[in-house]
Each structure stands twice: as C-alpha cells, then as structure tokens.
Design a protein around this ligand. Sequence first.
Ligand code: AMP
Length: 190
Amino acid sequence: MLNIVLFGPPGAGKGTQSERLIKKYNLLHLSTGDLLRAEIAAGTQLGLDAKKYMDAGNLVPDEVVIGMIENKIKSNPHVNGIIFDGFPRTVPQATSLDHMCHDNNISINALISLKVDVLELTKRIVERGKTSGRTDDQDPKLVSERVAEYNNKTAPVADYYAKRGKAHYVDGMNPIDIVFEDICNVIDTL
Ligand code: AMP
C-alpha cells in the first residue's frame, strides 16, 4: 500500500494535489476537512460540535478527527493506499495514526510537505473563498487564526516524520503542474 500524508498550511494546495494523486495512483482520499463539512451538512451532533471550532478558525479536538479517520481506515481495507489530506494536524494525531496503522497492519510511507509563504496563502484562500462557499475562507481574521493554529500546533508534525526519516519537502509556490510533478517524483522514489 502507498500511504501518504500530504502536508502544509491552509491554502498550500493539498486538496488540489490530492485530487490528481488519487487518480494517478488509484488511492483513497481522506480529507478530515471534507469529512467534517459532510457531518455539518448532514446535521449530525459531531458536525454541530465541530462547527463551533471551525467557525472560529481553530482545530477540532483530536479525539473527534481521530475517531473519524479510524472508521475510514477500518471500512476500506482493500484500497491501494490512502492520501491523508489535513490529517494529522497535531503531534497527538500523528502518534494515534501510527497506532492505527500498526493495528491495521499498514504504514505511512512518507509525509510530503508543501511549502508556501504566508502572503501567498492568504491570497489563495481569499480567492478560493469567492467560490468555495466556505465561511472560514472569507474572513481575513479567520484565515490568520488558521495560519496561527498551523504554526503552533501543526508545523511540529513535519518534525515528527522527519525524525523517522519520512519527511519530504516540495516547493508549493510553483504552478500546479510543477508541484504535481515534484510530488510524483518523491512518490516514485519511495
Ligand atoms: P481544511 O478543509 O483541511 O482546511 O479544514 C477545515 C477546518 O476543519 C480546519 O480549520 C479545522 O477547524 C478542521 N479540521 C480539519 N482537519 C482537522 C484535523 N486533522 N484536526 C483538527 N481540526 C481539523
């Protein structure tokens, strides 16, 4: 199995690149952001609880997203591999993912981190907000809160994988096609 953590700040291009990667390598796309938005749309209790955090630009509690990911891994045992998009976002999520992988006899092959500077991120998110309908993309204060959450809680996740020799870095400032090529080059050497 090919299991990749696609990593980077909000607006780095994880969703766009995931869409291409799942087609090329025939993988399952697991985006915790998408799963949470689906819960909100379905009006579930989990969705209602998560919405409060998402509307404030904060991370949803670890146990909520860990439970969702665990269900998805268990219910998809026969896939070629998984692209984790937006998960893990904290070090406790990363350690839980390791335990889940161990329990399900799989492993994470690599974390691929998309590097994009803050000004470009803000520009991209505001642009996406014009069409995404996502309220958290439309308010500049929420965008900076999300970037702050990334810097404080999520950035250390890359070090967690670097210590295990699994972190790879791609310049996310490049055009979409070049970023895709660079990611594929990393995957093809794994
Ligand atoms: P995203 O679509 O990845 O930008 O996620 C949108 C929002 O969902 C984030 O700002 C968080 O509030 C929440 N979220 C998504 N994934 C996670 C995660 N792994 N841990 C905590 N909160 C998350």
